[in-house]
Ligand binder design. Structure first.
Ligand SMILES: Cc1cc2nc3c(=O)[nH]c(=O)nc-3n(C[C@H](O)[C@H](O)[C@H](O)COP(=O)(O)OP(=O)(O)OC[C@H]3O[C@@H](n4cnc5c(N)ncnc54)[C@H](O)[C@@H]3O)c2cc1C
Ligand code: SF4
Ligand code: SF4
Ligand code: SF4
Length: 422
């Protein structure tokens, strides 16, 4: 039976919970707010199924994608409401039009992140956008299996470890499954998210968490967006909108909108202060999840093709299987191949999260211990990773070289050498 002796050896994918034929595994939240499986040994029949589906115990070999694309949704409104290029929605719409089902992560009524499914296009809006909190899988694998066995097309989106958990749970390949994951920096604790949300509502709202705990009150949280593009895709913001019932109808007001590097929650996330222990030892880097497609932000698209970069969002899409490649090409995405050896190298070089786990912040323990003692803002700010003098110097040098056009010059020389050397 599954036994968690080291926290980093469990990514919380819930595959063991769902496979257990005796339903004797339950999830319990630890002091940091992450869920871990607990076995009721009195009911366990030692069938070992839970061990067989565990992504940490059964890791694949690293592999390389078949193709890499730069891609954008032509619908600008949808793209602006998505985290990157809005490719999730394009794929999902196609699946729904063919009568399929789409699984992904959305907020529930209490603003916790949970996995659920959509069968109608209007439902996709709730799934759009990255939520930087670990999502609760619940019975999503079992429901997906139900639809797959009934012959329906299923698109399942999740973190790489959730996709690996799904695949191990299913124990066979389904031609009607499209498994999509994303380049994954890691997931923060749901408890830390609750603490932060309560704090900003108390501070900025009308006090006593009323907008959260009484959804029927006149003011309530209308929308939370971790990746608002109001100031641009690259300068994305965390935004929280309230809606208020007035005599003239519902009125929306932005309660908080702060650029990622100024927002306390995003600082804690990006500085690796509150990630799940497994995220510092991720079992799924380098496409080990065996998803069909991997989505990410093509942050450096301007280096590849400056005309494609309008700062409204561009996805990098790694096609890992022929099926994924074919379904991506069928969409109406505006896209082009970026498959040369150089592009592949750049894709690894610029997006470290493809290949490497996040580096644990040495102040992580202090961050969790400090929860509730001082304000979230102060805690996140005081424990951030500070740049060393050497890092400041390297960044300064890089910025100078970029400004002087040295990178572009080297790139042009490389291109011409390659062209004439054919
Ligand atoms: C926790 C997290 C970390 C990420 N880290 C990176 C990174 O380091 N580098 C990078 O390039 N990209 C990262 N991404 C991916 C990126 O933010 C976009 O989600 C991705 O590029 C898809 O964008 P889109 O515009 O096509 O779709 P979007 O409309 O943004 O769709 C997002 C999809 O992700 C799913 N999703 C959202 N939140 C979660 C969650 N918490 N758990 C599981 N599924 C979720 C939704 O269901 C939806 O299907 C991360 C995403 C998440 C959720
Ligand atoms: S060994 Fe079998 S019965 Fe026991 S916890 Fe694991 S799956 Fe359940
Ligand atoms: S990684 Fe998933 S399958 Fe393995 S023990 Fe944790 S929750 Fe269970
Ligand atoms: S970093 Fe790895 S372990 Fe953490 S959520 Fe992402 S895929 Fe799972």
């Amino acid at each position: 039976m599954i036994q968690i002796t080291r926290k980093e050896a469990c990514c919380g994918c819930e595959a063991c919970v769902q496979i257990c034929p005796k339903a004797c595994i339950s999830l319990k939240e630890d002091e940091e707010g992450f869920w871990y499986p607990h076995v009721d040994v009195s009911k366990c029949v030692d069938c070992k199924l839970c061990e067989q589906v565990c992504p940490v115990l059964h890791q694949e070999e690293p592999t390389r994608p078949l193709h890499i694309y730069a891609a954008k949704n032509k619908n600008e409104e949808i793209r602006l409401n998505s985290s990157s290029g809005g490719i999730f929605t394009l794929l999902a719409e196609d699946v729904l039009r063919r009568g399929g089902v789409v699984f992904g992560a959305r907020f529930n009524q209490e603003w916790k992140v949970v996995h659920a499914y959509a069968q109608r296009e209007e439902e996709l809006a709730d799934f759009r956008g990255s939520k930087y909190v670990q999502s609760r899988i619940g019975d999503a694998y079992r429901s997906a299996e139900f639809f797959l066995k009934a012959g329906q097309e299923v698109m399942f989106v999740g973190a790489p470890c959730q996709i690996r958990g799904l695949k191990l749970y299913l124990r066979k390949d389904y031609s009607n499954l499209l498994a999509v994951d994303f380049v994954c920096h890691g997931v923060p604790s749901p408890k830390v998210w609750r603490t932060y949300l309560n704090e900003i509502i108390d501070r900025e709202g009308d006090g006593k968490n009323s907008v959260l705990s009484h959804p029927v009150k006149s003011r309530q949280v209308e929308r939370i967006n971790f990746r608002s593009k109001s100031k641009g895709w690259k300068k994305y913001s965390f935004a929280l909108t309230l809606s208020e019932a007035t005599a003239e109808g519902d009125k929306n007001t932005v309660l908080l909108s702060s650029v990622n590097y100024e927002n306390a929650y995003m600082k804690a996330f990006l500085d690796d202060l509150c990630l799940r222990p497994s995220c510092y030892h991720c079992p799924c880097k380098r496409f080990k999840s065996r998803s069909d497609l991997t989505l990410g932000d093509y942050w450096w698209i301007g280096n590849v093709d400056v005309s494609f970069d309008d700062d409204k969002g561009c996805s990098i899409v790694y096609a890992n299987s022929d099926k994924g490649d074919m379904l991506l090409r069928k969409t109406e995405a505006e896209m082009f191949h970026t498959d040369s050896e150089r592009d592949i190298k750049e894709a690894y070089l610029f997006e470290g999260a493809v290949s490497y786990s996040a580096r644990k912040n040495k102040n992580r323990t202090a961050f969790f211990e400090g929860q509730g003692r001082i304000s979230f803002e102060e805690l996140a700010e005081s424990l951030r990773r500070k740049k060393t003098k050497r890092e400041w110097a390297v960044d300064w040098l890089k910025a100078g070289l970029k400004k002087a056009g040295v990178f572009k010059m080297v790139k042009d020389i490389y291109k011409s050498v390659k062209y004439y050397g054919r």
